[in-house]
Design a binder for this molecule. Structure first.
Ligand SMILES: C[S@@+](CC[C@H](N)C(=O)[O-])C[C@H]1O[C@@H](n2cnc3c(N)ncnc32)[C@H](O)[C@@H]1O
Length: 210
């Protein structure tokens, strides 16, 4: 099955599981660090069910959302309405964002760089749609720095990908952004509470180097 031809589990169940796993008060402090400093028009790749909507700073004037899951988009409706920030769903694939070059002031990914199949293509698209000087804010679970944990991440990754919509445990978002020519400022990287293969979190911002 292709990226957008999913079965019952991925269409009807997984978006709810993601909301439980990635939502909740314990995630808010991480999400707040990710959204801090976002302003103007923000492109959010993997918008999901809008869990960042209540946390966006007041300087954000519009969110352009890229999200393939119809159920997640439906479940975002109430959060969008109560945020007071206009949201345009512009596309379904971060690998090909239907926006003009230099059209966004900032960009955001929370727990999405792990899932997009060709993440290098998505980073390139974010670079294209960001205005010069615009920052790509990210919050991701990532490859752990400890070899014993990383070994388990590699072992568990095939099962994780099958059960969690293609989510990788062994991606290193900072290395990917640096390899794409971006200047990365890591705000925090550390383990959060929970099983270590899933809980090495990293939050930061990346800008295009001149
Ligand atoms: C783990 S969820 C995170 C959702 C949301 N960003 C959050 O923080 O709650 C990953 C999201 O990426 C979306 N996704 C999957 N493939 C994608 C793609 N090619 N382009 C953009 N988003 C994608 C999924 O539908 C899902 O909503």
């Amino acid at each position: 099955m292709g990226v957008f031809q999913k079965g019952w589990y991925e269409n009807r169940v997984l978006p709810r599981v993601v909301e439980l796993a990635c939502g909740g008060e314990h995630m808010e402090c991480w999400r707040l660090q990710a959204v801090e400093g976002l302003h103007g028009t923000v492109v959010e790749i993997g918008f999901g069910s809008g869990l960042n909507m209540g946390l966006y700073p007041s300087a954000v004037t519009e969110v352009v959302a890229v999200e393939p899951s119809l159920l997640a988009r439906e479940r975002a409706t109430a959060r969008i309405a109560s945020s007071g920030i206009p949201v345009r769903h512009v596309g379904v694939d971060g690998q090909s964002i239907p926006l003009p070059d230099n059209s966004c002031d900032s960009a955001l990914s929370t727990f999405t760089m792990c899932t997009i199949p060709d993440v290098e293509a998505a980073i390139s698209e974010v670079q294209r749609v960001l205005r010069p000087g615009g920052a790509f804010h990210f919050l991701e679970h990532a490859l752990a720095p400890d070899s014993s944990v990383a070994k388990w991440q590699h072992r568990l990754e095939p099962t994780q990908r099958r059960l969690a919509g293609g989510c990788h445990l062994t991606r290193d978002p900072v290395a990917l952004l640096v390899a794409a020519g971006m200047d990365v400022d890591v705000v925090t990287s550390r383990y959060v509470k929970g099983p270590k293969p899933w809980t090495w979190f990293t939050v930061g911002r990346a800008t295009v180097t001149s």
